[in-house]
Design a binder for this molecule. Sequence first.
Ligand code: C2E
Ligand code: MG
Ligand code: MG
Ligand code: MG
Length: 283
Amino acid sequence: RAKLGGRNAVCFFDPSMQADVHARADVEAGLWVALEQRQFVLHYQPQVAADGTVLGLEALVRWHHPVRGLVPPDEFIALAEECGLILPLGRWVLEAACAQLAAWADHPQRSRLVISVNVSARQFLHEDFVAGVVAALEHAGADPRRLDLELTESSLVTDIDKVSAKMEALKARGVGFSLDDFGTGYSSLAYLKRLPLDQLKIDRSFVRDILVDPNDAAIARMIIVLAENLGLRVIAEGVETAEQREFLAGNGCSAYQGYLFSAPRPIAALEDFLDARATQALC
Ligand code: C2E
Ligand code: MG
Ligand code: MG
Ligand code: MG
């Protein structure tokens, strides 16, 4: 049985966080148990084209805690990164997403969907990352062209040749790459021309006030034009209203993700959403 992180991984905390140490240690212990007891689940959020076609789905992890209920990733991903649990957890997410792709492989509509998986910096920078992705794809029998990996700028600000080589190794198999939360990190624009990216994701913090804040509108427009000029696709996150979608569409952005279309859903509810869409398209 593959154990990537190891139970004895040590976490280091800032001394000012001393008061939190016990609470954090509890959560950390709970996370390892959660992994063993399969308490993590993936929800999927549709990514939609201008004509309403579902292009793909973003896989978003949740912790189904026996007492606390459904815990969102913002409450455990950072801790999982600090204590190393992100390695086995990230591997589980990849395996689950690949299994979903394989389960849809013979479906007339769902077989063309792409699943996007979030990859944290620590996971991407680990030396076994490429082999782990390949193993997850092969173990599930999933088509690598249906897998998209969402990196953040924090994954890119290290050794650019190494980063680029890792991406190329997976791209050669057909895996795609998106840059998540674009514009919120610290990477330089020079990275964009040197890395084999396929898509930029406009962070939802720029979309939220896009109609009322001229600075957000300017940044969103800049990202759309930048993507176009670099030959990259672009998708806007956090689209909640038809007005936001219209504004984005008017400025050349033709792929959207957000509550306007659907919140992330468990797989059964997601399949209902897809079926309803398919029926609509026929009418
Ligand atoms: P993200 O990758 O930027 O994912 C988008 C987040 O925006 C999701 O939050 C999604 O539920 C939320 N969202 C989508 N549409 C809307 C909208 O219209 N309005 C608003 N206000 N929010 C919207 P979620 O699922 O809580 O995930 C939060 C973050 O946790 C993700 O941000 C990602 O950075 C991280 N994460 C989630 N799953 C994984 C995972 O499997 N691995 C890693 N490493 N990180 C993950
Ligand atoms: Mg993401
Ligand atoms: Mg994002
Ligand atoms: Mg985010």
